[in-house]
Design a protein around this ligand. Structure first.
Ligand SMILES: *[C@@H]1O[C@H](CO)[C@@H](O)[C@H](O)[C@H]1NC(C)=O
Ligand SMILES: *[C@@H]1O[C@H](CO)[C@@H](O)[C@H](O)[C@H]1NC(C)=O
Ligand SMILES: *[C@@H]1O[C@H](CO)[C@@H](O)[C@H](O)[C@H]1NC(C)=O
Ligand SMILES: *[C@@H]1O[C@H](CO)[C@@H](O)[C@H](O)[C@H]1NC(C)=O
Length: 446
């Protein structure tokens, strides 16, 4: 692996831009509608990226991972092909399932299920000796014939449950609708580094839990993420989103905004609460935040703050991840929260508890069930107080379960604030200023 300190220097080679609208001298940003598809059944398994083959995190259990994911549409190639990608702040790589066929019976075999690399005139695999190839985890043995013209850069990206995307780390043109001064402009961004995945396996990235998506848009802090690559061009690696509550009807629209876009009506910077983003040199992908105290119905729980923090070996910590559905909290913090919830819930527990949940209440016939209020006091005095529907989810008619699970303890045991917990808030990830902003008032109803 390349020394991490060299990475920023390599980036200018990765990206070329056709449009004058996406340049650092103009304040421009990218606005993509966020789509959501709930999974057929919410599963409690976490999904954390295992950053590189050298990471010491063991592969976690292959338990099926429930989606409940958020997606964006990206148009890749020349002519553009429409792809649906999972929005994931917990990984860096942008990748799409690739197929080497083009034309003929090809479209019948894989209608919109993969990126057809041979149908695109702008598709370029990186050479294995190119500097950008050092930015991705490579499969063993990763020999590179420096003089051979067609030695493509192979990559192998592994997620924490053993799911895998492997293929050629390539460059391609993206068609984007960018917004500048509220005018939509079609732009073509050349040279987006992405993984063309020919071997894709595992529960996180295939099957029903992937919900028909063709790949992942990694928005992590590393240099190859979509936000980092665009940030080099538009002068800001900031991005923000609102994850709307998809159980609302009609489902509201929200956007992933990359760059320094305008905030929604009511979310001025004064209404955002900020907490510093913490860095873990061993796992530079993740957005870590610091939790100081946890409250249930205003009662401060006796949890040592070290439960939530990174230790000197880079284990633990608390990350904010749009690609994980439920929330996972480290022990013994989780047990304390569960006990406090149980003590205060004041509703009968459900007779049959679905597997994977520790506390389910029966709200049959209760018009406005009062559920305990959970809040997290973060470093920087920011207090995150999600509404109860962000952590008591309806799993069956009249049954609501605590959508929080104990974090896996082996090999790290990071706490993860998942996407259900994030719903209804505006989240602003500002890597340049190393801070995370959030606001309950940031999601316009439109
Ligand atoms: C590298 O590629 C060149 C050109 O194709 C070839 O002549 C040479 O034998 C290759 N070297 C190795 C070690 O495979
Ligand atoms: C851009 O926006 C127009 C109209 O809103 C839409 O028809 C078109 O498909 C969009 N293109 C891309 C690449 O998203
Ligand atoms: C919930 O309570 C109702 C009665 O109030 C009962 O009929 C029903 O079986 C209970 N459901 C569960 C899952 O416990
Ligand atoms: C903005 O705030 C006003 C007053 O508090 C409220 O009436 C309005 O609904 C809010 N708009 C949005 C989009 O949240």
């Amino acid at each position: 692996m390349a020394a991490p300190s060299l990475l920023p220097l390599l980036l200018p080679f990765l990206l070329f831009l056709a449009s004058p609208y996406l340049s650092a001298s103009h304040r421009s940003f990218l606005k993509l509608p966020l789509l959501h598809r709930p999974s057929p059944s919410p599963s409690p398994s976490p999904r954390l990226l295992r950053r590189s083959p050298s990471a010491k995190y063991p592969v976690k259990s292959g338990a099926p991972f429930g989606a409940g994911q958020y997606f964006v549409v990206l148009h890749l190639g020349t002519p553009p092909q429409r792809l649906l990608l999972v929005v994931d702040t917990g990984s860096d790589l942008v990748w799409a399932h690739c197929s080497s066929c083009c034309g003929g019976d090809c479209s019948r075999r894989a209608p919109g299920s993969a990126f057809l690399a041979r149908c695109s005139s702008s598709f370029r695999p990186n050479h294995c000796y190119s500097p950008s190839c050092r930015l991705v985890p490579r499969p063993p043995p990763s020999r590179c014939n420096r003089t051979h013209l067609h030695s493509a850069c192979r990559y192998e990206y592994t997620y924490s449950d053993g799911s895998l995307s492997s293929g050629f780390f390539s460059r391609e043109t993206v068609a984007l609708n960018t917004t500048r001064a509220e005018t939509e402009t079609a732009a073509r961004l050349k040279g987006l580094a992405f993984g063309c995945g020919f071997r894709v396996s595992g529960p996180s990235v295939t099957g029903s839990s992937f919900n028909g998506a063709q790949g992942v848009m990694g928005l992590g802090r590393g240099p190859i993420s979509f936000s980092s690559q665009l940030g080099r061009r538009i002068g800001s690696s900031k991005f923000s989103y609102c994850l709307m509550d998809y159980t609302l009807s009609p489902p509201p629209t929200s956007y992933l905004i990359i760059g320094d876009g305008p905030r929604e009506e009511n979310a001025t910077s004064s209404s955002l609460a900020f907490t510093p983003l913490l860095a873990n040199p061993l796992l530079p992908t993740f957005y870590y935040v610091g939790i100081k105290r946890v409250y249930v119905d205003g009662e401060r729980l006796p949890i040592d703050p070290s439960v939530w923090s990174l230790d000197e070996r880079g284990n633990g910590g608390t990350i904010v991840d749009s690609g994980t559905t439920l929330t996972f909290l480290a022990e013994p913090g989780y047990r304390r929260i569960l006990a406090a919830m149980r003590r205060r819930v004041g509703l009968p527990e459900a007779e049959r508890v679905p597997p994977g949940f520790d506390l389910c209440v029966n709200v049959t016939g209760v018009r406005r069930p009062r559920l305990p209020r959970l809040s997290f006091e973060m470093v920087g005095e920011a207090v995150f107080s999600p509404p109860a529907r962000n952590y008591f989810i309806e799993v069956a008619e009249g049954v609501r379960c605590l959508a929080v699970r104990p974090a896996e303890t082996e090999g790290g045991g990071s706490s993860v604030i998942g996407n259900v917990m994030q719903q209804g808030f505006l989240w602003e990830f500002d890597g340049d200023r190393s801070r995370l902003g959030f606001s309950r008032r940031g999601c316009a109803a439109s």
